[in-house]
Design a protein around this ligand. Structure first.
Ligand code: NAG
Ligand code: NAG
Ligand code: NAG
Ligand code: NAG
Ligand code: NAG
Ligand code: NAG
Ligand code: NAG
Ligand code: NAG
Length: 522
């Protein structure tokens, strides 16, 4: 017994000791992370009647504010000590305190809120037995800046009297997806990053997930039907190493809410290494909502079952939601038929490509690899109305001088092999890029299919962009530049490459005759 009690005491001692040294190390890290005025640093790991005398009277304070059961101060004493501070770089721990509200910080008058540069530490509000109201947090603004656009660690846990059910949707908080609000009297929603085969039944009544939806390494026969009530997922969906065949168990999932500003390559929906997945098959999925309009919404579908396919309807849904892909290891489902919703402004004619000769006029969408070859010069005007291309684009051996006809082409989906664009041996082609080109979305199987080969055309072909190979001017938008990124190769853009001449299903017109026709028309 005695031995055990000694052991127990030393365990407690080492836990406390660990906690203290950890906090000191964290504080060191915070203070060393910023080039700060030492006068504005609070170099203590405890707020109490001794240390509060040293609290800096600065607008921006650096440090970690720890309020716990050893804090022998009233709320008004703390408010008074913190009143000059409009921003804090570092973080806050409020744990095992007797606070009933979190009204200790005063929002800056100019900003109207209290700013937390919390990337170097975080905000932890834990085990406060009397905390009933955390709405003062609505006036705080967590700030972070990293290339992954990762949110701060912001946790509100185990406060038994706190009804947090609406906490995450108001004030500044609605725009954060990775809040951890858990174990309080009531929480904002469920934690989507803690799903295992064993924890699944706990999600039976969940309608909103925070911190995304993470399904990883669950290969036993888990019952995913417990997720059928989820309507909204806030944060990143990441489904990897599962034996799922599709996502049809997310029966009510309509809306994916994400927080990704600018052109930051933060993944919003990753489906990867699910070897049995053949379909997406989300029954009612309709929206991707970023906190602001006009930023990157990035998806990656990679290394799934070789038969994994998307329907045209699913692809149009991605277009409507401004989705970009890194990889799209998919085919188009064989039984899927392209049909534009009635809500589309324009009645677009859908054509299947066989040859330029057989192509009808006024195609708004073309399914198939388009090949414009010698002899097709007069047919090129048939492309005038093209907006959607489900295939690659080849222009070779023509006597064309420009291909302005592609100026309305806005969407390319090239899921086959080889380069997406191949423009070769058009000796008179001095201009490929019309000023008015509108290409906005380019989906390819992988990065290497974003190749665009330009070779043996008229040397002036790159004049439009001062000698550079481009499809359109993307200097106005990093998001657009990413969405339509292409790797230009070939002698016109840099080093020569070996070109694989493409041939379609045209009638085999002998080359000599084609040449004759060209000469005749030019
Ligand atoms: C904070 O205080 C500790 C111990 O008093 C000291 O070693 C450390 O240098 C101080 N850090 C800063 C940034 O002033
Ligand atoms: C306040 O905290 C400091 C640092 O942990 C400690 O040295 C001091 O004794 C505490 N003062 C009171 C009044 O608890
Ligand atoms: C904690 O706060 C409650 C109500 O605010 C008060 O009744 C109680 O005495 C406080 N307990 C301690 C230990 O300060
Ligand atoms: C909060 O309470 C839980 C359960 O009693 C405990 O496991 C945890 O260590 C506590 N956390 C803190 C920071 O005191
Ligand atoms: C929490 O607050 C919401 C909204 O005011 C309310 O509907 C719900 O019943 C409350 N929960 C508890 C346990 O009081
Ligand atoms: C899943 O398994 C991979 C490979 O074994 C491992 O690297 C990864 O950390 C695991 N992820 C989780 C969440 O367990
Ligand atoms: C989805 O997967 C389930 C098995 O998990 C299967 O029964 C169902 O037919 C699949 N649905 C589609 C559209 O592939
Ligand atoms: C090619 O560009 C040069 C320099 O801008 C110009 O002088 C020449 O006329 C152009 N040739 C053709 C065929 O457009």
């Amino acid at each position: 017994m005695r031995l055990l009690s000694v052991f127990y005491h030393s365990l407690i001692f080492s836990l406390v000791f660990c906690y203290e040294t950890q906090l000191e190390a964290d504080l060191d890290f915070v203070l060393n992370s910023y080039n700060h005025d030492p006068k504005c640093a609070f170099n203590y790991t405890q707020v109490n009647s001794t240390t509060i005398k040293f609290f800096p009277k600065c607008d921006l304070v650096f440090g970690i504010i720890v309020i716990n059961k050893n804090t022998d101060l009233t709320v008004s004493q703390m408010q008074n000590a913190f009143k000059n501070m409009a921003s804090l770089a570092g973080g806050v721990r409020i744990e095992n305190s007797n606070l009933s509200r979190l009204s200790i910080f005063t929002p800056g008058k100019k900003e109207g809120y209290f700013s937390f540069y919390c990337e170097t530490y975080g905000v932890y509000i834990t085990n406060n037995s009397n905390l009933v109201d955390a709405s003062d947090l609505w006036q705080t603004y967590p700030l972070y800046d990293n290339k992954e656009n990762k949110e701060c660690d912001f946790r509100i846990e185990n406060n038994p009297k706190l009804n947090a059910s609406y906490l995450c949707d108001f004030g500044t908080f609605w725009q954060f997806m990775d809040l951890k609000v858990k174990g309080n009297e009531e929480d904002c929603g469920c934690q989507g990053d803690e799903i295992t085969a064993a924890s699944l039944p706990g999600y039976k009544n969940s309608q909103v997930l925070y911190r995304g939806l993470k399904l990883q390494n669950i290969t036993d026969s888990a019952d995913y039907s417990y997720l059928s009530n989820i309507q909204t997922i806030k944060g990143t969906i990441d489904i990897r190493n599962t034996n799922l065949q599709n996502l049809s168990f997310l029966e009510s999932f309509r809306s994916l809410k994400i927080n990704n500003l600018g052109s930051v390559l933060k993944m919003s929906f990753n489906l990867q290494d699910n070897s049995q997945m053949t379909r997406l098959a989300l029954p009612v999925f309709a929206r991707v909502e970023n906190i602001e309009f006009g930023h990157l919404q990035l998806f990656n579908f990679e290394n799934l079952h070789p038969d994994f396919c998307l329907t045209y309807e699913e692809i149009l849904l991605f277009f409507d939601n401004y989705v970009s892909f890194t990889n799209l290891h998919a085919k188009i489902c064989e039984d899927s038929v392209l049909e534009f919703p009635k809500s589309y402004v324009e009645d677009l004619r859908i054509c299947h490509f066989e040859s330029m000769n057989k192509l009808p006029n006024d195609c708004g969408a073309i399914i198939g690899d388009v090949i414009v070859d010698a002899g097709d010069e007069l047919n090129i005007k048939k492309i005038d109305k093209l907006v959607y291309l489900f295939g690659s684009l080849t222009i070779q051996n023509t006597a064309l001088t420009t291909v302005d006809q592609f100026h309305r082409l806005e969407y390319i989906v090239h899921l086959g092999s080889g380069p997406v664009i191949q423009v070769t041996s058009n000796k008179q082609l001095t201009k490929f890029t019309s000023m008015y080109n509108s290409l906005t979305y380019l989906y390819t199987r992988s990065e290497k299919n974003r190749e665009a080969v330009f070779q043996d055309n008229h040397p002036n072909i790159t004049n439009a962009f001062g000698g550079e190979c481009r499809f359109r001017d993307t200097t106005v938008s990093d998001v657009l530049a990413y969405q339509i990124r292409m790797h230009f190769t070939g002698g016109d853009c840099g080093e020569r490459v070996e070109v694989v001449s493409r041939s379609g299903g045209q009638l085999g017109v002998p080359a000599g005759i084609t040449m004759l026709i060209v000469i005749y028309f030019v």
